[in-house]
Design a protein around this ligand. Structure first.
Ligand code: PLP
Length: 397
């Protein structure tokens, strides 16, 4: 659904597609945006149509013009065969996993995956008879050694949650595809704009639209896109669950899509500026940002990614927990809370030592994750500068 005038047939660049995909003004009385269609029932013109379930729309769990607009636009910007929209990023992960695995299967999941994804594997998938092995995100081609005859899917996330390891997704995909194994990627950090998932060998790509697609911390949404091989299976699984998002959230996601590239470019610029500034601070042991040369996977990031975003982590030099709390509690601009990718900056202390099993997290000091928002970076530096003063004072007591 995209009504770009003219017959040139040229595939438009991603920025143009973000502006035009998922809109059909001529079908909406000329109004620029696809409106919010609310509803359950769709009427059929006659008995024969009803019995044959014929029509663009048949029942709202299977899609409305609003949800279809977002799905088509997302498939377009992802260079995917199809995409489905679900009510949260976590729902996108669980749907992708349930598309790929069945009882008796073995799943490989990166140790750096989003923690609730791990909980899903350890509870629901386990109960359904799917065994999960967690692997070092830096496994690369050695993933071959972890494969069993019943391995059917590999969950990747790059860069990883909180610790931001970059995975060699193309190498993993090559090995997986030689055995018909499905490669799933949580691509939330980069979005398809900065990591084109299907061009890199991913079968099912997940995006928490809650983050950069929304950009405004005002909705929950998830998307799964599929290549040709997995599109039908994804759509069938989606239809079986009726995991359909609400129309207002979908409308807001379409609105967010129009400005997503602009916001991502700014997130990249501001994120790098803040990361470099933090790396120069005495209180900071090191900054974990894939686009910094100091990141151990920087070469891989440079090879595969087209940009970086505003979410990164840092490790402080050792100080007592009370000093970290003193720093965080007085922050004026950085909010303390979950999620990220909104216009407002956020800070989150984290410690993955207790839930990583294939790798060890021992960074040598307290760790923080920052999401850089759209505030003036000078104000953000002032805020953190005052925070570091509180940290030093509390640490010296
Ligand atoms: C936030 C997040 C999710 C989950 O998104 P929700 O919409 O909050 O459920 C999934 N993956 C990653 C990497 C995330 O950061």
């Amino acid at each position: 659904m995209s009504e770009i005038k003219g017959q040139s047939g040229r595939k438009k660049r991603s920025r143009t597609r973000l502006a035009h995909a998922g809109r059909a003004p001529s079908q909406q009385f000329g109004f620029v945006n696809t409106p919010i269609y609310r509803g359950s029932t769709v009427l059929f013109p006659d008995t024969a149509s009803l019995l044959a379930n014929r029509g663009a729309y048949t029942y709202a769990t299977k899609g409305t013009p609003t949800t279809r607009a977002l799905e088509e636009a997302w498939a377009d910007v992802s260079n995917a065969a199809d995409a489905v929209a679900v009510p949260s990023g976590l729902a996108a992960i669980t749907l992708a996993l349930l598309t790929a695995v069945k009882a008796g299967d073995h799943l490989l999941a990166t140790d750096s995956c989003y923690l609730p994804a791990r909980m899903f594997c350890d509870t629901v998938l386990k109960r359904l008879g799917v065994e999960t092995t967690y692997y070092d995100p830096r496994v690369g081609p050695d993933v071959a050694r972890l494969m069993r005859p019943n391995t059917t899917a590999i969950l990747t996330e790059s860069p990883g949650s909180q610790t931001l390891e970059v995975q060699d997704v193309p190498a993993i995909a090559e090995i997986a595809h030689a055995r018909g194994v499905c490669v799933i990627l949580d691509n939330t950090w980069a979005t398809p704009l900065f990591f084109p998932p299907h061009e890199r060998g991913v079968d099912l790509a997940i995006e928490a639209g809650t983050k950069y697609l929304s950009g405004h911390s005002d909705l929950l949404l998830g998307l799964v896109s599929a290549n040709d091989k997995w599109a039908r299976r994804l759509r069938a699984t989606y239809d079986a669950f009726a995991m359909c998002p609400g129309p207002e959230d979908v409308f807001l996601a379409l609105r967010g899509m129009r400005t997503m590239e602009l916001r991502l470019r700014e997130a990249e610029r501001a994120g790098l500026e803040m990361a470099r500034w933090l790396a120069s601070r005495d209180e900071v042991a090191h900054v974990i940002h894939p686009a910094l040369e100091s990141h151990p996977d920087h070469a891989l990031w440079k090879r595969d990614f087209l940009g970086s975003t505003g979410l990164f982590s840092l490790v402080l030099k050792p100080v007592p927990p009370a000093a970290v709390a003193a720093m965080l509690d007085g922050l004026e601009l950085f909010g303390l809370g979950y999620s990220w990718g909104g216009f407002e900056s956020l800070a989150l202390p984290f410690d993955c030592a207790s839930y990583r099993t294939a790798t060890q997290w021992a960074p040598g000091g307290p760790a923080l994750r920052l999401s850089i928002g759209l505030e003036d970076t000078n104000d953000l530096k002032d805020d953190l500068d005052a925070g570091f003063a509180r940290l030093r004072l509390a640490a010296s007591r």
